[in-house]
Design a binder for this molecule. Sequence first.
Ligand SMILES: NC(=O)c1ccc[n+]([C@@H]2O[C@H](COP(=O)([O-])OP(=O)(O)OC[C@H]3O[C@@H](n4cnc5c(N)ncnc54)[C@H](O)[C@@H]3O)[C@@H](O)[C@H]2O)c1
Length: 294
Amino acid sequence: MLADGDDVLCVDNFFTGTRDNIAHLIGRPHFELMRHDVTFPLYVEVDEIYNLACPASPVHYQFDPVQTTKTSVHGAINMLGLAKRVKAKILQASTSEVYGDPEVHPQTESYWGHVNPIGIRSCYDEGKRCAETLFFDYHRQHKLRIKVARIFNTYGPRMHPNDGRVVSNFIVQALKGEPITIFGAGTQTRAFCYVDDLIEALVRLMRTPDEFTGPVNVGNPGEFTILALAQKVVAMTGSNSGITYLPLPGDDPAQRKPDISLARSALGWVPHTDLEAGLLKTIAYFRDPGLRAA
Ligand SMILES: NC(=O)c1ccc[n+]([C@@H]2O[C@H](COP(=O)([O-])OP(=O)(O)OC[C@H]3O[C@@H](n4cnc5c(N)ncnc54)[C@H](O)[C@@H]3O)[C@@H](O)[C@H]2O)c1
């Protein structure tokens, strides 16, 4: 966006993010950083809002589950209130978790989901579902211009080494020569999207005509078992890590794969980075901390 000549205001409370990730932008004339928690109202002047604030990995969102729900729900109310006040367009980073442990495969946007409302993942899943409800109610009631993206597993450089998500976990463990921890038998499947592809989809979504609101799935439909991912990471890092199997936590979905037909037709978008190419860049980042400043 800075390269396109936009003014960018980055708002973060640094709960899971770090200043290091944007250190290279600080000092640029069109970039501004503000430490702020979205559960509190925000008064600024903007044209577009990308609402990405939320801890996204189970270890982080389960650390303070009440705050996680507040971030999704109060955060959405505050950002929607801001969008209403300044007549901004607003995009919500929703999630494939709104589908829960799906009974329909692959998941299309018309599927309403299979979500446990009282489990350990519910603070995240139900928080994001309620945020979607708020977006659509602000759209119907206040004519707000909204865009809702349902993001499937996305990974890449600048993830926190202790983020706890499967791709970064496996890479960090493999590079340290520690055992790779798999929850369950590793037969559960996931589809992994490289971050640059995702960002391209979000920017395209923001530029769609006002009548297009989504929700729209964004992710890479290539489906892999967790065991296959572990084996790929071990092979690509040249590690001699073994695999340790741990009990499966509650409500872990058995299958995940986006149907991206809508993204293809409405955004003219498909992901271009396959798992191997994305892992190569992500492994290079975790191998060389110097790349973090690039
Ligand atoms: N990466 C994925 O696989 C994935 C999948 C589905 C949805 N998403 C959504 O995309 C968004 C970005 O996720 P990410 O993977 O980049 O995770 P991330 O943890 O790297 O980014 C989330 C950011 O939100 C900030 N944040 C958290 N609570 C906040 C609060 N109350 N106020 C202000 N800032 C706050 C964090 O400090 C962090 O910088 C999240 O909303 C997440 O739910 C991500």
